[in-house]
Ligand binder design. Structure first.
Ligand code: F6P
Length: 552
């Protein structure tokens, strides 16, 4: 559903935001806080068990009004409703993006090309439940009738990052019957080291690939199958030990997996949005279906909030618009995701794919080149570790890096005063980003230490922290299946909101194809099966020659 705007940047709404930025340039956040004692409470919203403090952004009420006006001018509400109704919002692939249907609790049908996807989802969840139960109650066993103890999930990108994140995040909910291992990389070390940890008699292999065409996943799966056959398994035992999750049933069958061991994903689910489907099987196997359904319920609660809450109170909308604000008007080229929770340590990796694969685009839906910046670099890591690594650059570097701090109010592991310590670290980092330290403060500090005037003048500039660095603080009561579901769904919708403003197709990923195509030409040359390609370049040729010189 392309919009009819001539260009985004010449729209009156965009121009109003430019004026806002100019007005706020000379008003540091410390002043905004001083002028409005309620600021911390006023720029604070809640939904689906998640709270968002966005007061530490360079905004006023006027700015928020201008951002909402931009959202209206981009038909955000209509486009959101089209997404949720299952319209073909992925315009370059002519598909819906119906990940919300995967966690839809009701029975009302959502039709895609004449098929009720809600019924399909329900059927698949029931199959997942039957499989999970049969493994946990040991009615399904390995070829020597021993109970399964390990699952090796082989997949990459969206068929890996989401399940890995959620599996780790919900460790307190593991029932302990099954250990899960993830193999993604084409680097042989990944599969070899994993196979060293498991016993073929008690290991289930899950081949996770929507397309069943991904080189890494297929090669690793072949290695796993060969290893299995060389370590006691035989061809009939493959049916007991190898399952696939894919939209390409024929390719899975060609690989040797029986159709009733294949779980579906569908074209209308993007890879990076697929953890809610049977791609979530490794998670279901480690936490059980009740907890998996609670994860879906948490995500659905966020979907309902996104659908129903007024834009100004709507977490994904506010976060998406603030991201546009920081990216396009304050020229932040990256965005840090900083979970202050060990269980959420893989959240930055998952959000990196979600956001960068979705919004790393250079043309609009109509294919016209854009004259504004789109998706920022998403990166980050767990706090407080990052404070002793990259936070220096956030505080005193020359680049503007907005950050999302994510922290639970309660911990699963109360020990000494650790959780209060962690919380204090999180709050103080956000405060330091916002308030900074002035030259006067730096001088006064050094004077209090008794330094000479000359030393004070020499050192003070190094101690200045400019501040005015925007951040959001996201809070949940505790890391639970529901809150993890809600946080991930929040970021999915935030990504969509940005894509709507930037007028992108957030659901395709054509850019990743070129490297795959070129790789197909390089591989036979490395293996000595093909001659020099006239279209190649001297750098690639030289590096291929180097590889060949040691592998001859
Ligand atoms: O190469 C990118 C990509 O297509 C992602 O979008 C996807 O999540 C990943 O590869 C894995 O794809 P598949 O599940 O089809 O193996």
């Amino acid at each position: 559903m392309p919009t009819n705007r001539p260009t985004l940047t010449s729209s009156p709404e965009w121009q109003a935001l430019r004026q806002q930025q100019e007005k706020l340039e000379s008003r540091p956040m410390t002043r905004l806080f001083a002028e409005d004692p309620d600021r911390g409470k006023r720029f604070f919203i809640q939904g689906a068990g998640v709270s968002l403090d966005f007061s530490k952004n360079r905004i006023t009420d006027e700015t928020m009004d201008a951002l909402m006006a931009l959202a209206h001018s981009c038909n955000l509400e209509e486009r959101r409703d089209a997404l949720l109704r299952g319209e073909k919002v992925n315009v370059t692939e002519n598909r819906p993006a119906l990940h919300t249907a995967l966690r839809h609790p009701g029975n009302e049908a959502i039709m895609v090309d004449g098929v009720d996807v809600v019924a399909e989802v329900r059927k698949t969840l029931d199959r997942m439940e039957a499989l999970t139960d049969s493994i946990l109650d040991q009615s399904r066993t390995g070829f020597s009738d021993k109970a399964f103890t390990d699952v090796v999930s082989i997949g990459i990108g969206g068929s890996y990052l989401g399940p890995k994140l959620v599996g780790e995040a919900l460790q307190p909910y593991w029932h302990g019957g099954i250990r899960c291992h993830y193999v993604a990389n084409i680097d042989g070390t990944d599969i070899c080291e994993t196979l060293r940890l498991v016993n073929p008699e008690t290991t289930l292999f899950l081949i996770q690939s929507k397309s069943f065409r991904t080189q890494e996943t297929l090669e690793n799966s072949r290695v796993a199958r060969k290893w299995f056959l060389e370590h006691g398994g035989d061809e009939p035992a493959i049916a007991r030990h190898f399952l696939a999750v894919t939209a390409n049933v024929a390719a899975a069958e060609d690989f040797g997996i029986k159709a009733d061991n294949v779980f579906p994903v569908w074209d209308w689910v993007g890879g990076r949005y697929s953890l809610w489907s049977a791609i979530g099987l490794p998670v279901a196997l480690t936490i059980g279906m009740d907890s998996f359904r609670a994860l879906l319920a948490g995500a659905h609660a966020m979907d309902a909030h996104f659908r129903d809450a007024p834009l100004r109170q709507n977490l994904p909308v506010v976060m998406g618009l603030l991201s546009v604000w920081n990216n396009n008007f304050w020229h932040a080229g990256s965005h840090a995701i900083l979970p202050y929770d060990h269980y959420l340590r893989s959240l930055p990796d998952h959000l990196q794919q979600l956001d960068m694969e979705s919004n790393g685009k250079r043309v609009n839906e109509a294919g016209q080149p854009l004259d504004y910046e789109t998706g920022p670099v998403i990166w980050g890591g767990v706090g407080s570790n990052g404070q002793h690594a990259y936070h220096q650059l956030i505080h005193q570097g020359t680049r503007l890096i907005p950050a999302d701090f994510i922290i639970p109010l309660k911990t699963h592991n109360p020990v000494a005063t650790h959780h209060a310590d962690l919380f204090a670290n999180c709050l103080s980092q956000a405060q330091a980003m916002m308030a900074g330290k002035s030259l006067e403060e730096a001088r006064a500090e050094l004077a209090a230490e008794g330094l000479s005037e000359t030393e004070i003048e020499r050192l003070a500039p190094h101690k200045v922290v400019p501040g005015n660095k925007p951040s959001n603080t996201l809070l949940v009561e505790k890391v639970t299946p529901e809150t993890v579901g809600a946080i991930i769904a929040l970021y999915e919708h935030r990504t969509f909101v940005q894509g709507v403003i930037w007028d992108l197709d957030s659901f395709d990923q054509w850019g990743v194809e070129l490297g795959k195509q070129l790789g197909q030409g390089i591989l036979p040359r490395l293996l000595g099966d093909a001659d020099k390609n006239p279209d190649s370049d001297s750098s690639t040729d030289n590096l291929i020659e180097l590889f060949r010189s040691v592998s001859r």
